[in-house]
Design a protein. Structure first.
Length: 153
């Protein structure tokens, strides 16, 4: 397994589990209701749904950067707005979209040559290798937030 494949494996583990810390994002979200997803049990924090939209956005942003898109990230891209309709269909779609975005990024990462990992990329840190590790760290950071928010049933 080369380094690109190892990073792709870490992206998959962050989402689908089989990691030493416990459930991945998919496992954490499987039993979250719309009420839980939209609840704000701690003042001035993001909801689970907002976090899901955020981590989806960043998986897509990093994927776009790997394809050469070099536009700056706007606040609306960073933390996308909640949909107008917040029911089971929209929540289920948000979860499916999140998992698919990470799966696409993992597949894209797996296909990178190791030499590309040291290439520059838009954003901070300015190289592909660090941003790919960063997206794993970012997803797990927010998985921890989701795990804590779920305790407020």
């Amino acid at each position: 397994m080369n380094e690109s494949q190892r990073i792709a494996d870490q992206i998959r583990r962050a989402v689908h589990g089989d990691a030493w810390y416990g459930d991945g994002i998919a496992g954490l979200l499987k039993d979250v209701s719309v009420a839980q997803a939209t609840g704000r049990p701690i003042p001035n924090t993001h909801t689970i749904w907002e976090i899901v939209l955020h981590i989806t956005a960043w998986a897509d942003i990093i994927g776009a950067r790997l394809r050469g898109v070099s536009e700056p990230v706007t606040p609306d891209q960073d933390w996308p707005a909640m949909p107008a309709e917040v029911g089971d269909p929209a929540w289920n779609q948000a979860v499916v979209t999140c998992l698919a975005a990470h799966d696409r990024l993992a597949a894209q990462t797996q296909m990178l040559s190791e030499s590309r990992l040291s290439e520059p990329i838009t954003g901070d840190p300015p190289e592909i290798y660090a941003q790919l590790h960063g997206i794993v760290q970012h997803s797990l950071y927010h998985a921890g937030q989701i795990s804590i928010l779920k305790k407020f049933r």
